[in-house]
Structure formats: structure tokens, C-alpha cells
Design a protein. Sequence first.
Length: 127
Amino acid sequence: MERDLKKRSNKFAHQCVKLVLSLPKGPLEWHVQKQLIRASTSIATNYRAANLGQTKKGFISKLSIVIEEADECIFWIEFLEQEEVLKIGTYEEVLAEARELTAIFVASRRTAQRSLSKNPEGDNDES
């Protein structure tokens, strides 16, 4: 699962980059372009970092960052949709993936938190 999520989060970052590069040029689009690229690439990099064998607390902390960034991606894509910057058919797949990844990461964090609460001394275990 970890390997699949590394690939999925990386692919998602690339999808977001392609999406924003297809936007018309203007101050709003430029701002959102930077924000969405930053947030989507942060998901991929922080998920990779979460799996480097840190403590469970460290894993949970990094995963919390991943969740925040994934939710931010949802915000920016929905914002572009509400501003009618995005054309129907150009963003639905990436928005669905953002929502799905967010749900997966939230569930993963819950599992890690339950595991940690059952074995607080096992914090030095790899996640």
C-alpha cells in the first residue's frame, strides 16, 4: 500500500501541474498555479518522508501535513471551479483523486493513532 500511495501521490502532483499549466494567464490563475503546485508536490514529498522509518509520532505528524496539503488542493481546485476558470471535463478526475487521497490519508492516520494509543511505549517502532 505504501508503494502504491507513493506512486499515486507523485502522479497526483503531476496531474495538478498539468492542470494549472493549462489555465489561462492572469493574476488569479498565476496565484492559484503557485499554490496548487506547492500543495500537490508537498503531498508527495511529505508522504515519502513519513515512510522513512520515523517513530509513529513522527509518521502521524507528517501524515497530518499530507492531509492538510491534500485538503488545500481540494480547496484550490474547487475555487477555480467556482470562479469558472476551469472547463467542465478538465478537472473532475484530479478533484476526485484529491478527495480520495485525502480520505485514504485520514484513515491511515487514524490507524496509526490507534496503534500508538494501544502501545505508547512502542513509539520507537517503525510505522
